[in-house]
Design a protein around this ligand. Structure first.
Ligand code: P6P
Length: 302
């Protein structure tokens, strides 16, 4: 495959689709640059002293690592200067981040989980950055001078409204995976040239699989339908599915989902009885929506 860069790919896609503008292309490219910096930080691990916990928790009550905080800051600082954003929302921050007034505003909203699976950082397991891009709703963008006044409400949109989504996975290779609604592309970081190079395009998830991905230690808490389905998988060829299955659970959604993208499977993080009134563990805006867009696009012949 020739050495296609993200910029080259986006230039081609922009020519093919009027809904993809230069601002969106610049934003995706800048996110990939942020993820390149995070990849280098992750790869240095303890050497750079960033694997320690900071003495703070995010507003989900999760312990934060120095790397969580740094990844969040890198994504904010590199993308806010693009002047195509109306606002940013991060899983690591309680409130939406309004672009400082010394930057011009744009129509896009950027949402991200800066470091998904970060509890795995000290075990050298694959972790990742997940992002989602929306447009500010016309109905609610309020002009105050030339600064578009963005509120939290503007971010609370259906996942169907996403204009782009993707993730970076920091594993044996660092890869940047995204869609703008015209299929999935995967770029691999070539450290020799310090650039993301296209290594896979038009990804379709294999129809057949023998792997399921769920944290089976929570089985006693699931509802009966999920328990029954997983028990049938575990029963293998002696059970109703008449087939043996493997279970994989890395506890880093990006890594489990990337495996499914590559060789098929099912990922489940079901509701359970421990906190019946709580929403599920995965965050809708920062994890479920962007990953769903990727999986939906990877299931369709373009
Ligand atoms: P558990 C990471 O914290 C995460 O949000 C997902 O990346 C991952 O799939 C899940 O939580 C792991 O949860 O309960 O198995 O540790």
């Amino acid at each position: 495959m020739n050495q296609m860069t993200i910029n080259h790919y986006l230039t081609e896609i922009k020519q093919q689709s009027s809904s993809i503008d230069s601002e969106l292309c610049s934003l995706i490219e800048m996110i990939s640059n942020s993820c390149k910096i995070i990849s280098y930080l992750v790869s240095r691990g303890k050497i750079s002293g960033i694997l320690d916990n900071v003495n703070s928790k995010n507003f989900h009550g999760e312990v934060q690592k120095k790397l969580d905080v740094m990844a969040n800051q890198i994504l904010l600082e590199t993308n806010e200067q693009l002047e195509c954003l109306a606002g940013i929302a991060s899983e690591e921050m309680e409130n939406v981040y309004l672009i400082p007034n010394h930057y011009s505003k744009g129509k896009y909203l950027l949402l991200f989980d800066p470091l998904d699976g970060s509890s795995n950082i000290n075990t050298n397991s694959s972790i990742g950055t997940i992002f989602s891009i929306l447009s500010i709703p016309h109905s609610s963008s309020k002009m105050l001078g030339n600064a578009m006044l963005t509120t939290e409400k503007d971010f609370l949109q259906s996942g169907d409204n996403q204009v782009a989504a993707g993730y970076a996975i920091y594993g044996p290779q660092s890869q940047f995976v995204f869609t703008v609604g015209t299929g999935i592309v995967i770029f691999t970081l070539d450290r020799e040239v310090d650039s993301w190079i296209m290594t896979h395009n038009e990804i379709i998830i294999p129809e057949d699989t023998q792997e399921f991905s769920i944290n089976t230690s929570n089985m006693r808490h699931w509802d009966d339908k999920i328990s029954s389905y997983i028990r049938n998988c575990i029963a293998g060829e002696t059970g109703p599915f008449r087939k043996n299955y493997n279970m994989r659970w890395i506890a880093s959604m990006v890594a489990d989902v990337h495996r499914i993208l590559m060789r098929g499977g099912i990922f489940l993080y079901p509701w359970d009885k421990r906190n019946p009134n709580e929403p599920g563990k995965l965050r809708l805006m920062y994890e479920a929506n962007p990953i769903s867009f990727i999986i939906e696009q990877a299931g369709e012949n373009q």
